[in-house]
Design a binder for this molecule. Structure first.
Ligand code: AHM
Ligand code: MG
Length: 331
């Protein structure tokens, strides 16, 4: 069987968008380029003086590792020079980043990105990822506005993630199923390795930071107990697996079946994860793979954002498991 590269696949799939002129395809190509450059640095992180905290804090008050900055620069650079993105919302930037090249000002799309998620795992050689969501601007005849970024997740035209793991993979959807590409380092290309990915209807893995147990809502505590009960018929107790890298936890559960939960806590009523560039893109992917994503009460993709960096409780994975967790949350 011959290898199909990401570039070939994107061109073939352009037919899914009969009215498009190839801009989205080029934008996806730009993301592929940025992630290959980030991958190169992630892979040699132990060798060069790029490891470790930079000594600054990002807009959320968290320590910023050098690779976060590097990855952010790469995504902004690649999307900027590609010419199809008019502005970017990034986890690393408080404000929207405008792209000021002549062509980009007219570009149809805006991109939300978490350039390097799970960065506390960089120093210990554990999988990390990049996450992106692409929206068509509300009015491409005028300059971009914040409302372009505050569209509900249902308006995403494409979304994806890159996992820098034991191998590097790019997984994306344009609303026509989910496809995964593994980076072949010998030729420097992402190659189709996981066509038409589907999330099992149910699974036997639950992923949650149980250290926060005492701060969880009652419904989440009940769900954790449900996972731990001995029941041969449903294969319980389930296995607890939590990496602390959203992309890695999500990717495993997508392939094997399972549920990932980052709920509200007594200290953080909106949870920790960010709607625009963490939850919405993964929610789009899981739905396209037959799974489900919820904030515990309602569908993630239906939430109407009010701020760029807003957080939301997050329940995502196999449909049956998310449904059960929602029931215990009182939906
Ligand atoms: P980050 O954006 O600062 O990297 O934080 C997001 C990460 C996710 O990858 C992961 O799911 C979560 O934080 C883990 O948080 P916690 O350590 O509270 O369990
Ligand atoms: Mg993040």
């Amino acid at each position: 069987m011959s290898l199909k590269t990401l570039g070939q696949f994107i061109i073939e799939r352009q037919a899914d968008f009969p009215y498009a002129k190839g801009e989205l395809s080029r934008l996806l190509r730009d993301i592929g380029i940025a992630s290959k450059i980030v991958n190169r640095e992630v892979n040699k992180a132990g060798l060069v003086d790029i490891l470790g905290a930079q000594g600054t804090r990002n807009v959320h008050g968290e320590n910023v590792a050098k690779l976060d900055i590097y990855a952010n620069d790469q995504f902004i650079g690649a999307l900027g020079s590609g010419g199809e993105t008019s502005a970017i919302a990034s986890e690393e930037n408080d404000e929207i980043v405008p792209i000021t090249t002549k062509v980009s000002k007219q570009a149809k799309y805006v991109v939300c990105v978490d350039p390097l998620d799970g960065s506390s795992n960089i120093d210990v050689n554990v999988s990390i990822g990049s996450i992106f969501a692409i929206y068509r601007r509300l009015d491409s005849d005028k300059p971009y506005i914040e409302a372009d970024f505050l569209q509900p997740g249902t308006a995403q035209v494409a979304a994806g993630y890159v996992i820098y793991g034991s191998s590097t993979m790019l997984v994306y959807t344009t609303g026509h199923g989910v496809n995964g590409f593994t980076l072949d380092p010998s030729i420097g290309e992402f190659c189709l390795s996981h066509p038409d990915m589907k999330c099992p209807e149910t699974g036997s893995i639950y992923s949650i930071n149980e250290g926060n147990y005492s701060r969880f809502p009652d419904g989440v505590k009940k769900y954790i107990k449900h996972c731990q009960v001995d029941d041969d018929a449903t294969g319980r107790p389930y296995a607890s697996r939590y990496i602390g890298s959203l992309v890695a936890d999500f990717h495993r559960n997508l392939l094997k079946g399972g549920i990932f939960i980052y709920p509200s806590t007594a200290k953080s009523p909106n949870g920790k994860l960010r709607l625009l560039y963490e939850c919405n893109p993964l929610a789009f992917i899981i739905e396209q793979a037959g799974g489900k994503a919820s904030d515990g009460q309602q569908r993630i993709l239906d939430l109407v954002p009010t701020a760029l960096h807003q957080r939301t409780p997050f329940f995502i994975g196999s449909t049956e498991m998310v449904n059960h967790a929602e029931e215990l949350m009182g939906v």
